[in-house]
Design a protein around this ligand. Structure first.
Ligand SMILES: [Mg+2]
Length: 258
């Protein structure tokens, strides 16, 4: 596996992609920057939309948000082809039944939770769902830390520390907020459920959506520690990509079209 952001050689891309029946693609830093699709990713997705699923650790957007961005570039996908760590984390909390849930996340994500019938509680919680909360504050940190100290379970959308933004900026990610919580409470004593990559759930859900097995698909992503490591653990072949470098998508186009 690559140790840094070194793209695969054209020969390697051709070897890996030739037999692929489907594609799992990461979003931030792979297909998009700040939720803007790159032209080369858009061209690829338009051609392969029927056999591609998005597998993203994004936890601040809904599936509808993604459908809007994709449609703007002429990409038509079904809802189940968009597999997002934030939405899945909320789904997982909904499986716990009638319990009190504290969701640290954007208001639109709390609305997703409410629509699933989840009982949201700012103070007392059996479950804390930690998403990329762009309104994270001292008070939210205090309430979540105390809920965990009192035995609440933690559902973490994703462990990423940052993702690439536009113009060379980094965007702090959910893992950075987890680090703040971890400085207040001993996370070794907390039941932590990690939903996003590199955990297997999102990849398997995406494979199901495409009706393909892990051996039939390849994963494209920009993060060796999450995208590629998680794929490798499931026997999914993978290629390292970068949103600001068209090479991988252009080479893929020569091999599989698009
Ligand atoms: Mg990425």
């Amino acid at each position: 596996m690559a140790h840094g952001p070194m793209p695969n050689s054209p020969t390697e891309i051709a070897r890996v992609a030739q037999t692929a029946r489907g594609f799992l693609v990461d979003w931030d830093g792979c297909c998009a920057i700040d939720n803007q699709l790159t032209p080369w990713a858009a061209a690829f997705l338009r051609t392969h939309q029927a056999r591609t699923a998005i597998v993203s650790n994004n936890s601040s957007n809904t599936i509808d948000d993604f459908l809007v961005v994709l449609r703007k570039s002429g990409v038509q996908m079904y809802r189940n082809q968009i597999v997002l760590a934030g939405v899945e984390a909320i789904d997982r909390a909904s499986l716990a039944g009638q319990v009190e849930v504290m969701v640290l996340g954007d208001p639109r994500m709390r609305a997703v939770a409410r629509n699933l019938g989840i009982r949201l509680n700012r103070d007392e919680a059996d479950i804390v769902v930690l998403l990329r909360d762009t309104r994270f504050s001292y008070s939210r940190l205090e309430r979540a830390a105390n809920a965990l100290r009192k035995g609440a379970r933690l559902i973490l959308s994703n462990p990423d520390l940052t993702h690439p933004g536009s113009e060379g900026w980094i965007k702090p990610e959910t893992g950075a907020l987890l680090a703040a919580l971890g400085s207040c409470v001993d996370l070794d004593k907390v039941d932590v459920d990690v939903v996003g990559k590199p955990s297997p759930a999102l990849y398997l859900k995406a494979c199901d959506a495409l009706e393909l097995g892990p051996e039939d698909v390849i994963m494209l992503g920009d993060n060796p520690a999450t995208d590629l490591a998680g794929a490798q653990a499931l026997g999914i072949r993978s290629l390292l990509t970068r949103a600001d470098a068209p090479e991988v998508f252009e080479t893929l186009r020569q091999v599989v079209g698009g």
